[in-house]
Write a protein that binds this ligand. Sequence first.
Ligand code: DMJ
Length: 447
Amino acid sequence: MSPLSKTGPADRQKAQEIRDEFLHAWNGYRTYAWGHDEVLPVSGGYREFFSRRYPVGLSIVEALDTHYVMGLDDEVDRSVRWIRSHLDFDLDADFLVFESIIRLVGGLLAGHLATGDKELLARCVDLANRLLPAFTKSPTGMPYRRVNLRTGAVSGATVPLAEIGTNILELGVLSQLTGDPRYYLAAKRSLAAAVERRSSIDLMGTSMNVESGRWVDGRDVAPNPPVDSFYEYLWGGWAMFGDRDCLRWFRMFDASLKKHLAERVGGLLWFKQVDHLTAATLSRLQSSLAVCIPSAGGDDQLAADYYLSWTAVQDKYIVIPEEIDYTRLTVRVPDNALRPEYANCAFDLYWRTGDPFYRTTAWRYFTNLKAYHRVPGGYTIVTDVTKRPMTKGDYCPAYVFAENFKWLYLTFADAPRFDYDSGYLSTEAKILRGLRRTVTGTPSPAK
Ligand code: DMJ
């Protein structure tokens, strides 16, 4: 949602600390993994995200607009130089379409919007053109999971709902910037094809065969992955482009979510998993990735209540586990892959309400992040939040450079390069609207 800002004055000291910790994570990437996709901050290694043979500097692309809003202009320059001289998408490799769109297309777009650099937009157009066959070769218009960037060969006909419908923001902005409607139309057609397959009680399945247009998995697991951002992007289609179909669809699913999935257990709000045809209850599990979906649009009270549920989990486990059984708040999947969603939701709600509670709880998330995920080489995943001491792994996902520290920084900094009145961020925290280019120099929050 992009509300009129209700945020209070900057808390400069906290913003500075967040920025320093972002730089600590970034320095680990620069030292051990520069030019590769992701850093292994404990062993000092790296790993590639899309293709073992072809790094695309994913963390560099993910970090572009984070550097910019934090006023780290040397890092912006260094990153743009690397992209200009090294990034080439003419690769004989099968890339995941959804991840390419939210991370690379979104990252290059946000980088272009931040800097005005035309090369970033050109790279973005080139990549989007290589991804388009995933949509245009599909008989239903819903994209295949993978596309070979060189040949345009598609693969993966069974696709989770989030991957079918998380692209209208990035592709829509690309259409706006280029004047080429093909990107927006591909995204809209895909959304419409998915919505058409809803059940008579307005519920959706989890994954679809995009060739036959039939559900492969008929459980409605909203707002959990792998359907989460499908709903976020229906709201986004309305909020960014004024698309009334998207608004109508969002409202329809919002109503069915409240009617068939929402329930209270011990006073806390959760969403059960149901059969999409009958609404029969199937399970009561909850993924920590779901927390920010209700706050992405629609009903503020629902979003606030759901945030409270996850705050109870944070209070109980300190670091939020990947998945819980919400009937007893017990852990089902004990790791935390440096998940940013709680910080995302804290920002959304602070931005909309100005309630200092969201700063307080976001700060708790940050201090826990620092206490349990920080290592000398940067930030790393926790493998089991229930162990004492908590056990750490050796991996810093690239989204950390786009999301965790940016959500936190925007919550505390009152960042001069971000327009809190008109801003809009994607599911990967790419700032697709509201980057201010007129503010020059380094807006260090400490000054
Ligand atoms: C990010 O890549 C995006 O937020 C995506 O929508 C799902 N979650 C991961 C981070 O947890």
